[in-house]
Ligand binder design. Structure first.
Ligand SMILES: Cc1cc2nc3c(=O)[nH]c(=O)nc-3n(C[C@H](O)[C@H](O)[C@H](O)COP(=O)(O)OP(=O)(O)OC[C@H]3O[C@@H](n4cnc5c(N)ncnc54)[C@H](O)[C@@H]3O)c2cc1C
Length: 293
């Protein structure tokens, strides 16, 4: 049997506007950033890769490859690769970023995979996106460019900046919405823990625990924590974060019990995974113990 194969059309826009125009004019176009997610998800058709019919490569968009830091925070272009991000000096990067990047795949993957591709893939396919829980805790916003339709006039390029927490609840990005930048506001977290527990026979998938704290003179002035797994769902309990913030370290019995209740509530969606629930509880108590040292 001879299978008919047509090569994809690959377009190379030179500007964001051109990329948006191209996306609007094509049927089911796919933005290609590092290509790691796209190629990994393709079903091989005999010996051929079943590539998308129209690919819009983002590699000529130099303006998306920049990262900068100011007193307001950090702005990272969507085409910055995970490896380049990891090479930025630790004291410049927001807390927890280097530790989380190190958990993603391996070095060859990180040299190709981009921040924008990582976020888009996790949002669209509701799957593993190790950076997303941390970016949520850091209150990151995602800048999205798209073409806005206007009655009887040409569509115009528009921009929206959406908190990642809000994007997570949406039904993914539209096929012609382009992530251009990620903004992470400046913060003063001084204690961070990032843990990945590997999946085992009894745990469904690797479990990720991110926790940030600000500790001043043995007082936990602010605390945030998120747990997630490969389904892309991020669990947080803002009420407990608020209840334990402002408490003295080490915790009193009453604070410990509030933390325990909060973590049990947080992991309720995983009732059928008691080992994962117990692991999250242990990680939260370990965090508080280390914070008190
Ligand atoms: C072997 C392997 C191991 C992995 N291990 C991990 C892991 O341990 N932890 C983890 O979190 N992830 C892991 N991943 C997922 C990985 O993080 C993503 O594949 C990667 O970040 C995607 O980035 P990319 O630049 O290659 O995106 P691409 O593959 O180019 O694109 C992915 C999707 O995002 C869209 N897209 C890309 N850029 C944009 C943009 N700027 N705006 C809008 N849409 C866009 C594309 O159209 C496509 O739908 C792994 C992937 C592989 C292949």
């Amino acid at each position: 049997m001879v299978s008919k194969h047509t090569s994809p059309r690959v377009l190379f826009p030179q500007s964001i506007n051109e990329a948006l125009q191209m996306a609007a004019g094509e049927n089911s176009p796919v933005f290609w950033a590092g290509g790691t997610g796209i190629t990994a998800s393709l079903k091989p058709n005999s010996s051929l890769l079943n590539l998308p019919k129209v690919i819009i490569s983002l590699r000529m968009l130099d303006e998306l490859t920049r990262a900068s830091r100011s007193e307001l925070g950090m702005e990272i272009g969507s085409m910055v690769t995970l490896d380049r991000l990891a090479s930025i000096r630790r004291r410049i990067l927001p807390p927890g970023i280097p530790e989380t990047l190190a958990l993603i795949g391996n070095k060859p993957l990180r040299c190709r995979a981009t921040l924008g591709g990582h976020i888009a893939q996790a949002l669209n396919r509701k799957e593993q996106g190790c950076l997303l829980p941390l970016l949520q805790l850091l209150e990151a916003t995602v800048e999205i460019r798209y073409l806005r339709e206007r009655p009887r006039r040409k569509p115009i390029s528009a921009v929206k900046r959406i908190p990642l927490t809000q994007l997570e609840n949406e039904e993914g990005l539209g096929s012609s919405q382009l992530i251009t930048r990620v903004n992470i506001p400046a913060s003063s977290w001084n204690f961070v823990v990032v843990e990945k527990l590997p999946s085992s026979e009894s745990t469904a998938s690797p479990l990720l625990f991110h926790s940030l704290a600000r500790i001043e003179k043995s007082v936990l002035t602010d605390w945030r924590a998120a747990v997630s797994d490969a389904t892309g769902r991020i669990l947080r309990n803002r009420e407990t974060e608020a209840v334990v913030s402002g408490r003295s370290l080490p915790f009193s019995d009453r604070d410990r019990s509030a933390l325990e209740d909060g973590i049990k509530w947080l992991t309720k969606p995983w009732e059928d995974r008691p080992e994962d629930c117990a692991a999250v509880l242990r990680l939260a108590f370990d965090f508080m113990r280390k914070a008190a040292e």
